[in-house]
Ligand binder design. Structure first.
Ligand code: MN
Length: 505
């Protein structure tokens, strides 16, 4: 069971090295912001007093849960206010102590965070009809202060870790909700570590047969591949040392069980694990971006790459911010192996996502943050999509339409399409030039008469692909959009504007 001492240790550790949830990062320039340990102790004593006499279903004292949540936050390198709010997150909901009292003792910032979590409430998963409502709640609190969601994720993770003490029906409900709501949001925020843990913890409760099958049939094969990767790493480490390349770390990364299961179900894998090249990948962490490309060159001299399998997520990051180089090569003994190359900073972004922003937040990087709302909360500029979602929700009155398409927009795979000037537009998969046009400007959408993709004239229902350059041809005399476009428009915003602006027949 976690103790106050564990929390203090986690905070101190996060001051000089990243938390144990990401063990491989070297000495980075860290957020030097300090945490007042006496204040954390006070918050602990306050929470302990408030929850006195309450127990968890495990039989242990309730404070265990508060501590576990705060420890996760400390390991992620979150700031003092977030760690304290983690300790106090269940106080207003479950005890006689009020939010006003929390504000008096710990200040308005902590109180606002705790209020945000309390407002989010105990989301109860009641199937698809409440699904969108829960999502909306999450998005709104995210836009107010993104730290609320980070605390909620830490809270959920501990609830999942102690799920065995709950009755079977509740176990399943909480696990389903975690897979359908929490994991996708964690993914969209780039929190790979949290997303992975939430999925793997939920998996056995949601699909026990599949979990059992994975344990029995697949994991032994992962073990075999691990042994092979060890040999790959030895050869590669020696080669990099010979070439005098400084390496922060080099290790094997087994794919997580839930995401592996999902990949196995998809074509072309069809449950054949031998077709999955990244079952266990070799991961190389080097100090700089230039080093990453240097390592890639060395790897390709050593082993022949598979055609079309080099992925440069450094020059073209994924929509959630993920950056890394991936390549698949014919390794020792001619076996196929994936190698991932990144810097420590890219690694922190991949594991912590949004939380990495606190990790690295320094006085100078204010330019990358935007002030939103009247309380002066800040959000990294990259996360403008959260604000967009919230403002669309206010804009679009047909709430049923909004709710069903929100989920598609937010979690479908995203593609990047370029304007002729080189601006990047982030769209859902299979979006069309009409979606693109409305994304650029309502006027352009309303007056869209044709489109060119990569200089070729195409019909308006053509599906766009990542990397396409899209140019919209407008006709100023056009009376407005055509209702027929609803057949193929993909985004909520485009559909709503077509409905609103199409001339009546
Ligand atoms: Mn809780």
């Amino acid at each position: 069971m976690p103790t106050l001492d564990d929390l203090l240790k986690a905070i101190k550790a996060s001051g000089k090295q990243p938390g144990s949830r990401i063990p491989v990062i070297g000495n980075l320039r860290r957020n030097r912001q300090t945490v007042d340990l006496d204040m954390v102790k006070l918050a602990f004593e306050y929470a302990q007093e408030a929850h006195r006499g309450q127990t968890r279903k495990s039989g242990g004292p309730y404070i265990e849960h508060c501590l576990a949540t705060a420890i996760t936050l400390a390991q992620m390198g979150m700031d003092q206010e977030t760690i304290i709010a983690g300790l106090l997150h269940d106080v207003p909901e479950d005890t006689a102590f009020s939010l006003v009292d929390i504000e008096k003792n710990f200040g308005s910032e902590v109180a606002t965070l705790v209020a945000g979590i309390t407002k989010l409430g105990k989301i109860k998963y009641r199937g698809i009809e409440r699904y969108s409502e829960n999502l909306r709640k999450m998005f709104i609190s995210m836009a107010q202060d993104i730290r609320t969601i980070v605390i909620k994720m830490a809270d959920r993770l501990h609830n999942l870790e102690t799920l065995q003490y709950l009755p079977a029906k509740k176990q399943r409900r909480i696990a389903e909700e975690s897979l359908e709501i929490y994991a996708p949001i964690a993914d969209r925020l780039g929190m790979g570590q949290i997303k992975g843990e939430i999925e793997d913890q939920s998996f056995p409760y949601v699909n026990p047969e599949a979990f059992e099958w994975m344990q029995r049939e697949i994991l032994p094969k992962v073990e075999l591949k691990k042994e092979y990767i060890e040999r790959v790493i030895k050869v590669l480490a020696k080669e990099l040392a010979d070439k005098k390349l400084k390496v922060v770390s080099i290790s094997g990364r087994p794919k997580r069980i839930y995401s592996l299961y999902h990949k196995l179900l998809k074509a072309p894998y069809d449950r054949d694990v031998s077709k999955i090249y990244d079952l266990v990948a070799a991961r190389v962490i080097v100090p700089s971006v230039a080093d990453c490309y240097h390592v890639l060159g060395i790897v390709h001299q050593l082993w022949k790459p598979l055609r079309g399998r080099v992925k440069d997520f450094i020059s073209q990051p994924k929509p959630n911010g993920y950056r890394s180089l991936h390549t698949t090569v014919f390794g020792p003994e001619g076996k196929i192996v994936e190698i991932q190359i990144r810097t420590p900073q890219m690694h922190a972004q991949a594991e912590y996502g949004i939380a990495a922003h606190w990790y690295y937040k320094e006085a100078g990087d204010r330019a990358n943050w935007r002030r939103i709302g009247d309380r002066g909360h800040t959000l990294p500029k990259k996360l403008k999509w959260i604000e967009d979602l919230v403002s669309w929700q206010k804009e679009i009155s047909d709430s049923q339409l909004y709710l069903t398409s929100l989920t598609l927009d937010a979690f479908g795979n995203r593609i990047f399409v370029f304007t002729p000037k080189g601006d990047v537009i982030d769209l859902p998969e299979a979006a069309t030039p009409v979606d693109f046009a409305y994304h650029v400007h309502t006027f352009i959408g309303d007056h869209c008469a044709g489109a060119r993709i990569n200089n070729q004239l195409v019909s308006l229902d053509t599906a766009l692909k990542s990397g396409d350059v899209c140019e919209i041809i407008t006709d100023k005399n056009r009376k407005g959009p055509s209702r027929d476009w609803l057949r193929f428009a993909k985004t909520t915003a485009a559909k709503a504007k077509i409905r609103a602006n199409a001339p009546r027949r």
